[in-house]
Design a protein around this ligand. Structure first.
Ligand SMILES: Cc1ncc(COP(=O)(O)O)c(C=O)c1O
Length: 368
């Protein structure tokens, strides 16, 4: 059997014709920038997340950059964040001329350990930047309490967190600003790049709406210098179709993961992710911790099974951040996960037979 790590093949089979229809309709209309599809998608996302403002931008990385830019923190501010994340969570801090200050993660949830944040807060700390990783949000109530006590802003990297909730509230909305990515593999993914800023703060939202169009408050009237970062009309069209199906797909993802967990639970060399009781998970990525990860990965590959490693190297060990002065051993839990985590295939249309095949191959590996 050949099982890719990710494929949109089955979504294409189910409703690809609807997507082609909307693409054709947009092409016929000829409005490709900031058209009706973008407007409708922004309105629907504001309703879906229960957030006042939802602003489409070119990708999740730009959403992070624009969000931090809008906070107008003094240059050189320290921003506390996790070292176990995708690059964009940290690079947005550097691109805004601030300093990332890392705090290790919780081994069970893979998210920033809120109990370790306070000792890292200094006079220069101006914001917290938690990341909602793989299936569940960071402890947003804990983070917001700390932020309130110390007068800090919160930018939540909820790029992976479409549909995830903390105490019943959608990811990103309880923070000053949250972001979403619609990268094709995401729970709600488009057919290219796409992203969004979500916020209940009117002034941040107004500024970001202007910054994404070169700082023009009116066409060709530039109030300040911005960038070009708009959600494409064709992508918004695709997203509007996929939004109709995504809640069913989230349930399908949950079934896939419960079958994985059932079949893997008694393998002592594997640790399954644990979901916090406050979190409503959405299984974007199913990442297990395992002994002899690289060998297991190679064996699964030899058996036709695609996997991925999120993340092979933590942010404090990236060559481009060497000047921050961190060293190996500074964040032992993040480093351990970089060596032991392995993401198994999760995609819409995965069959029970595929999951059983994968679990059998994992079991076989540990017999030897
Ligand atoms: C945690 C996290 N932050 C930021 C991003 C950046 O999003 P994008 O790829 O849309 O730029 C991603 C997605 O890849 C992500 O997983």
């Amino acid at each position: 059997m050949t099982i890719p790590f990710f494929t949109n093949k089955y979504q294409e089979e189910r409703y690809g014709d609807q997507i082609l229809e909307i693409i054709k309709a947009i092409c016929k209309k000829g409005v490709f920038i900031m058209g009706e599809e973008v407007k409708r998608f922004e309105q629907r996302m504001a309703a879906f997340t229960n957030c006042k403002h939802a602003i489409g931008v070119a990708n999740g990385s730009d959403a992070l950059f624009l969000a931090l830019d809008a906070m107008h923190l003094p240059e050189g501010s320290e921003i506390i964040t996790t070292p176990f994340t995708f690059f964009a969570s940290t690079s947005c801090i550097i691109r805004n001329n601030h300093i990332p200050v890392f705090v290790d993660i919780d081994e069970k949830t893979y998210n920033i350990d809120v109990n370790k944040i306070e000792t890292k807060i200094t006079k220069k700390t101006k914001a917290l930047l938690p990341v909602d990783l793989f299936s569940q949000t960071a402890d947003i109530d804990g983070i917001n309490n700390l932020a309130k006590a110390h007068g800090l802003k919160v930018l939540e990297d909820s790029a992976e967190a479409f549909g995830m909730k903390w105490n019943g509230r959608h990811a990103g909305c309880e923070s000053d600003i949250g972001v979403l990515s619609f990268f094709p593999t995401k729970t709600l993914g488009c057919y290219g790049d796409g992203g969004m800023v979500i916020s209940n703060n009117d002034s941040y939202a107004e500024e970001i709406r202007i910054t994404r169009v070169h700082g023009a408050s009116k066409k060709y009237h530039h109030t300040f210098v911005g960038i070009n970062s708009r959600l494409d009309e064709l992508q918004a069209g695709v997203l509007n179709i996929k939004l109709d199906h995504v809640e069913e797909e989230i349930k399908e993802r949950a079934k896939i993961i419960s079958l994985y967990c059932e079949q893997l639970k008694d393998i002592p060399t594997i640790a399954l992710p644990a979901v916090s009781p406050n979190a409503t998970p959405v299984w974007y990525v199913f990442s297990i911790q395992c002994d002899r990860r690289n060998e297991l990965e190679a064996q699964l590959k030899a058996n036709g099974i695609g996997t991925s490693v999120y993340y092979p190297r933590a942010m404090h060990e990236q060559p481009c951040f060497a000047w921050l002065g961190y060293k190996k051993g500074d964040f032992p839990i993040a480093e351990k996960l970089c060596e032991s985590s392995l993401a198994l295939p999760v995609f819409i249309g995965m069959t029970d037979e595929m999951i059983t095949y994968i679990c059998e191959k994992i079991r076989d590996f540990y017999k030897h």
